[in-house]
Design a protein around this ligand. Sequence first.
Ligand code: SF4
Ligand code: SF4
Length: 255
Amino acid sequence: MTVSRKPKLAVWKFASCDGCQLSLLDCEDELLALAGEVEIAYFLEATRGTVKGPYDLSLVEGSVTTAHDAKRIQQVRRSSRHLVTIGACATAGGIQALKNFADVDDFVAAVYASPGYISTLATSTPISAHVTVDYELHGCPINKRQLLEVITSFLHGRRPGIPSTSVCMECKRRGTVCVMVAHGTPCLGPVTHAGCGALCPAYDRGCYGCFGPMETPNTRSLIRQLDVLGMQERGIERVFRTFNVQAFEEARNDG
Ligand code: SF4
Ligand code: SF4
C-alpha cells in the first residue's frame, strides 16, 4: 500500500519586515484548511518546529543584503521544487534598495550608533537576481487572497490566476471616481500592478505604487501628467522611490 504524503511547504525570511509572512498568518480560517492540505514544514514565524527538506513549495520573503544571505538563498533553491517570492522586498529589493542609489556607508553612519557591528552588502537585490524564481507575487504587503491563490495553484499544478493589469482597472471595477482626473491628486495607479483592490483611491488618495510596476508600464506618459499637475522634478523622483524603488527605476529607464 502506498502512503500519500502531503506536499511540504516552507516559508523563508531574508531582509524584510515580516509583513508578508504575517499575511499568511492573517488568513486565519483558510490557514486551517491549508494546514489540512500541506505539511507546514518550515515556518519560523509560526513555529520553532522544523522538518528537513526537500520542500515542494518554498515561499521567500525579503531581499538579499548580506553575503551570508547570498549563500543561503542558493541552499533554499536547491532544497525547493518550486520557489515563489512574496512581496516587494523579495521581488524588487524593497525599500532597503534605496541604498542602491546612494553610498551605503552614509546610511550606516546615520542609522547605527555602533556601525562596527554592521555587515552589509552595498546593494539590496531581489531573489531573482540570485536564483531562478518560479513565480513572483507583488505587494507591500502582499494580498492574502492572492497568496492563497498562488499556493493552491502550485499545489494543483496550474498557473496562478493573478491579473497583470494596472490599479486603474481595479478603480473602474469598484466604481471609484478617479482622484487624478476629478481632484488633480497625483496617482501611480496607471503604472502600478493590480492587487490591492485600489484601496487608496477608494479613500480619496493617490496610489503609492505598493505592488510595483505593472507589465509594460507607460511611466513616461504618467510623468508628463504629474508634471501637468505641478509636481516638481524632485517630487517625481521621490514618488517612485518607495517600496519598489529598484523596479520603478528600471521601468523608467526602459520607458
Ligand atoms: S514587502 Fe513590505 S510588507 Fe512585505 S516584508 Fe517587505 S516591507 Fe514588509
Ligand atoms: S485614481 Fe489612480 S488608479 Fe484610480 S483610475 Fe485614477 S489614476 Fe487610475
